[in-house]
Design a protein around this ligand. Structure first.
Ligand code: GLA
Length: 642
């Protein structure tokens, strides 16, 4: 059964946008459970995510499963009309696994082993861990396959969140070698790709290769890059091992896993095809007055992972979190605004971490839908009001987010390569650049999709390519073809520099894009911290400058010292813009307004005041629902467009 069919079951099981959160009934007694059911009804909860951290309770000793308690809760939820997103419980193994198999504990690059007592203390390459995890999943799937509450499987939790750099134990090292063998076939091919004649790094055998552990100086860049690929793949293999069990035993039930705020760790475009629906955990900081844009960007990424398909907001905080230095609460109405922002950008759920605020443990000061203070609280009143509001708009659920005319290209391996050490500047980082170039579109309420390097650019009039440092010849050709066919490209500095093994594309930077951009770059000249150069008549450039030699491109803006810094080149039927510095926000806005206007890319609505965002969702019967988010006063409006 393919994912389109499976996900249908999820949509069939609910009447409106999924509303609820992580539910951890094992932390409470029967009186509280009774109150939970009642309060869920009051709050309009229709979906609870159950069992994320329940492994120790469900398997108190190896192979001794105890699901009686879970049966009771699932039955209770089903009776109350609440559907369940059931976790496979494998996010955190019980303490007995580490006692019996200490080799399942992860080892950091300096050799430090991480111990139980927190969570996520497992080595992704460990066959012992995978074996215990999949056995638990078999039990769960066998037992609950036909349970009326089951709407969706939630595999693991936030893969790669705490152990972002994988593991360096002996088992992981052997797995890395096997992965390299598979990728390169021969050690000579690896030597060639990794440029190991540099610093006497040549290998005679795969068994001489290690994961990039602590070393005296810079480690081989291609080794680091492959290790990142390997780490993402190993976590994906853990996910897939569980998914295979579920597909075998519950082929009709869709599966998901929740991704952490757009993080480098996982190559999400490689993961997404294996999820029936993408899920995301979002935690904007109430103390950050500017957080709405970054959040919108991450939501655009989630929508882009499956080509525009709606996604699930699996977690957000009703108010404060507990893990920042100072954890601000969300002011009145902010939780509603945050929730509608997710829906506007394509979410089909508004779910929280968590239902009831824990009494003990490390997250007792993290807000929840039912706070320590109980239901007679501002948070619970807001939770109830939002639940009622969403339930009153059933047509939203399953509606399609409108496709944008602009797209931004995001590519994980290039992101990893860009941020390797020993570069012209350590301050050139991908999220910073991507956000800076997404921002002028966002501020003008121009919708923007996110596309992978191997995606289809043809539906878009404008393609923004921030810092595509590493690029294969095939991708470079596709970007070139897109422009030749009439597309408009905006590419920022330090793009097209190396290939997928981090070897420089020779022939003058950026060799694969020289002809397209109509220029070459002789030398990079990153600017010192805090230094800006005049740019054009009134602007400034920061972070980066370079010596651009024009080869057909027209200089649009120059730095104060006369070097061209923004150029435009007609190529085939299209136009290629190039930015050789980071313009200040106002200059970048003016520039992007001009570029997108020339490319006929318009805001989602004419004459919107700054601070107002509008996005449209199209219902299954073709109606257009306009969601307006006013960040100036925090108001939200949902109306049907003519
Ligand atoms: C993550 C986890 C949750 C919880 C929240 C707290 O998103 O998935 O279990 O720890 O953070 O913000």
């Amino acid at each position: 059964m393919n994912d389109t069919h499976r996900i249908g079951r999820f949509y069939d099981s609910l009447d409106s946008v999924a509303y609820g959160g992580d539910y951890n009934p094992e932390q409470w007694g029967p009186e509280v459970h009774a109150e939970d059911t009642e309060l869920m009804r009051k709050a309009g909860v229709n979906l609870a995510t159950v069992g994320i951290f329940s492994w120790a309770k469900a398997e108190p000793a190896p192979g001794a499963y105890d699901f009686g308690w879970l049966d009771t809760h699932l039955d209770r939820l089903a009776d109350a009309g609440v559907r369940v997103c059931l976790a496979t419980m494998t996010a955190s193994p019980p303490a007995w696994l580490a006692r019996l198999h200490p080799e399942t504990l992860p080892v950091m690059e300096d050799g430090t082993r991480l111990y139980p007592g927190s969570r996520q203390h497992w080595c992704p390459s460990s066959p012992v861990f995978r074996d215990h995890a999949t056995r638990l999943v078999e039990q769960l799937a066998g037992r609950y396959a036909d349970h009326p509450a089951l709407a969706l499987w939630h595999i693991g939790n936030e893969y790669g969140c705490h152990i972002s750099r994988h593991c360096h134990c002996e088992v992981s090292t052997a797995a890395f070698r096997a992965w390299l063998r598979e990728r390169y076939g021969t050690v000579d091919a690896l030597n060639e790709a990794w440029c190991t004649d540099f610093w006497a790094q040549r290998y005679g055998d795969f068994d001489e290769i290690h994961t990039p552990r602590s070393a005296p100086s810079f480690r081989n860049p291609a080794q680091q890059l492959d290790y990142r690929r390997f780490s993402s793949d190993e976590l994906l293999a853990c996910y897939l091992a569980e998914k295979q069990v579920l597909e075998r035993l519950t082929p009709a039930v869709p599966v998901t896993t929740n991704f952490v705020p757009v993080a480098r760790t996982l190559d999400l475009f490689r993961w997404a095809p294996h999820l029936d629906v993408v899920s995301y955990d979002s935690y904007p900081d109430p103390h950050d007055a500017d957080s709405a844009h970054g959040t919108a960007f991450s939501y655009d990424v989630m929508r882009g992972l499956k080509g525009g398909q709606p996604w699930l907001l699996m977690e957000q905080a009703p108010s404060a979190v507990n893990w920042r230095r100072r954890n601000g609460r969300k002011p009145d109405g902010r939780m509603r605004l945050d929730s509608w922002q997710a829906v506007a950008h394509g979410a089909d759920s508004v779910l929280f971490f968590q239902w009831r605020q824990s009494r003990g443990g490390a997250e007792k000061f993290h807000s929840a839908m039912v706070p320590h203070g109980g239901p007679d609280t501002r948070i619970f009143r807001e939770v109830g009001a939002l639940g009622a509001e969403l339930a009153a708009l059933p047509e939203l659920f399953g509606s399609r987010p409108e496709r944008a005319d602009a797209a931004l290209l995001l590519e994980w391996p290039s992101w990893w390569a860009l941020e390797l050490d020993a570069h012209p500047s350590s301050d050139v980082t991908l999220l910073d650049t991507a956000l800076a170039h997404h921002r002028p579109l966002y501020d003008a309420s121009v919708a923007c999709d996110i596309v992978p390097a191997d995606g289809d650019f043809s539906p878009y009039r404008l393609l923004v390519v921030p810092n595509l440092y590493s690029v294969s010849s095939a991708t470079a050709e596709r970007i070139t073809d897109y422009v030749a066919a009439g597309g408009t490209l905006v590419m920022s500095y330090f793009s097209g520099i190396t290939d997928e093994y981090d070897r420089v594309h020779l022939g003058g930077y950026p060799a694969p894009f020289r002809e397209l951009l109509g220029l070459r770059i002789e030398e990079f000249d990153p600017l010192p911290e805090g230094v800006t150069l005049p740019l054009g008549d009134a602007g400034t450039g920061s972070l980066w400058s370079e010596d651009i030699v024009l080869e057909g491109a027209e200089p649009i803006l120059a730095l104060g010292d006369g070097r061209p810094a923004v150029t435009r080149h007609t190529y085939g039927d299209g136009t290629a813009w190039y930015l050789g510095t980071r313009p200040d926000p106002a200059t970048l806005r003016t520039l992007m307004d001009r570029i997108r206007t020339e490319a006929s890319v318009a805001p989602t609505e004419a004459d919107l005041p700054e601070g107002v965002q509008v996005r449209t969702r199209i219902t299954t019967d073709g109606r257009r629902l306009r969601i307006g988010l006013d960040w100036r006063d925090g108001s939200v409006s949902v109306t049907e467009q003519e």
